[in-house]
Design a protein around this ligand. Structure first.
Ligand code: PA5
Length: 488
């Protein structure tokens, strides 16, 4: 059983004028065909894939031997340690957290019977709030803790600061060989973390072991690369995950756009964005375990499509393409993603979804079979004898109905169950849909220049060497204006 996609409520036949018409689809189809051919051309060319950062499309095809090696490494860590701390932020964190919440049982850290023999998992380095890391380090034993630091660049302030602290804590707790309790997932060829790994390993081969990030895979598209060790540590079957992703790749590679779920998802959203001003994208799984997957999607859509400039595609000397930011062709658009969860947010954002501005599209994820279920006791209440999963599905159906009644477009992803196979398929679906949306909107979906602004400001204020003259001048000459009149 695999995922199904119900797009009925995106169309006029369900939501009237706020929906997509057949003419809208016919109008966009020629551009969509071109977008699909272009994406196919890049994905089927190994050199172009790596150069343009689309290598993620091939991650599910990793060899059996590679998968076994990762599972073995994970099992080794799992057997030896009580706690594993993962340090990373953005694309180096959100996929792991999404996997943890989707594929492990809730309260995993609290109860050993749920973890079986796996360690407790903690995520740090994803914020500069001192309280979480300090509390964690105060309460766990460094001798029983393994640390996995994930950073492609090795330069990210949040991760770097957390690693420096954790290193000092490990060193104080276990002595000079503390590096044997650290593993780095980073770029295989460059960056400061890569250099650190090389230097440490020269001194002691068991210190700062490392696991390379593959070339041409950006952070937010890399769960099937950088997330694998985490999956192995918590005992998820990576082959099942890849089987789901591969099946989805086949479904999302078909040329008939009207039958291609990822392309239809992107195309219908783009039509509603352009023609009906539906600028908010709310992802609302009806599953607590999938809330973090919705958070993962927020990053995927926001960083991939929210761009200032359109993409300029140029023929390159190697016979391929170069993608540049076209400074003469302003885009400054992109649907704004919001993560929510049913049924919690039916008592929150749902009021606005139903009666506020009709400027959004809600995507539901409906789970057919939960990991467990509960039957409500008694005989005399209308809830008696009903199961929680039954009520959850009814609540999702009711929300869908209520939106349709108010002419609010929405669609539903139907997930047979939240297991490795289907979760792998779900992630891959969103990645393909986002890549296709980038093609339709003609933006580079695989860079994130907008994230640099705050980083540069911090680096400048911290006195980091190597800041370009232009960046330094722009910060110096444009300070934040703090008019006391407006500070109350
Ligand atoms: O998607 C991305 O590329 C970003 O979100 C990065 O993952 C994030 O900025 C962290 O970068 P790094 O892995 O270099 O620490």
């Amino acid at each position: 059983m695999s995922l199904k996609f119900d797009f009925n409520n995106m169309f006029r036949s369900s939501v009237g004028d706020h929906g997509v018409s057949q003419e809208d689809v016919n109008e966009i189809l020629p551009d969509a065909q071109k977008a699909a051919s272009h994406l196919k051309k890049i994905i089927s060319n190994p050199k172009a894939r790596v150069k343009l950062n689309l290598e993620w499309a091939k991650l599910p095809e990793q060899s059996k031997a590679d998968i076994e090696q990762i599972q073995k490494l994970g099992q080794g860590i799992s057997k030896k340690y009580e706690n594993v701390i993962f340090l990373g932020i953005g694309g180096s964190y959100l996929g792991l957290k999404a996997a943890q919440d989707a594929l492990c049982l809730p309260y995993y850290n609290e109860f050993q019977s749920l973890r079986k023999k796996s360690p407790r998992i903690y995520f740090e380095g994803n914020n500069l709030d001192p309280d979480t890391l300090k509390t964690l380090l105060k309460n766990i034993n460094p001798r029983k803790t393994f640390v996995v630091v994930i950073s492609k660049s090795g330069e990210t302030t949040e991760t770097k600061a957390a690693l420096m602290l954790v290193e000092a804590w490990l060193k104080a707790g276990v002595g000079v060989k503390y590096g044997r309790q650290i593993l780095a997932i980073t770029d295989a060829e460059s960056g400061s973390l890569h250099k650190r790994v090389a230097a440490e390993q020269q001194k002691d081969a068991l210190s700062f072991r490392s696991f390379p990030l593959l070339k041409g895979v950006g952070g937010r598209f890399s769960e099937f690369n950088m997330g694998l060790l985490h999956l192995a540590i918590v005992g998820v079957n990576i082959s099942d995950l890849f089987a789901g992703a591969k099946e989805m790749f086949a479904r999302c590679s078909q040329d008939d756009i009207l039958k291609n779920p990822a392309y239809m998802y992107a195309l219908l959203h783009v039509i509603l964005y352009r023609k009906k001003a539906k600028s908010l994208a709310i992802l609302m799984p009806f599953s607590q375990g999938l809330k973090s997957t919705a958070d993962w999607y927020v990053q995927l859509l926001a960083e991939s499509i929210g761009k200032k400039y359109h993409r300029k595609v140029l023929a390159s000397a190697d016979g391929g393409e170069d993608w540049l930011s076209d400074k003469d062709y302003l885009f400054a658009k992109g649907r704004t993603p919001i993560s929510a969860a049913g049924t919690n947010d039916l008592h929150s954002i749902q009021q606005n979804n139903i009666e506020g501005e009709n400027n959004k599209v809600v995507t539901f994820i409906r789970v057919e079979k939960f990991k467990t279920d509960l039957k409500i006791p008694g005989k005399n209440d209308l809830l008696s004898g009903k199961s929680f999963s039954q009520l959850m599905q009814l609540a999702q159906e009711a929300t869908e109905w209520a939106l349709v009644r108010e002419s609010r477009p929405n669609c539903t992803i139907i997930m047979p169950e939240v297991d490795a196979f289907n979760w792998g398929a779900l992630l891959f679906f969103f990645e393909m849909a986002t890549a296709f949306e980038g093609e339709l909107q003609n933006v580079n979906a695989f860079d994130q220049p907008g994230v640099e602004g705050y980083k540069n400001y911090m680096y400048y204020k911290l006195g980091k060497p190597g800041i370009s003259q232009a960046v330094a001048e722009s910060i110096k000459n444009n300070p934040l204006v703090k008019n006391p009149e407006y500070i109350l």
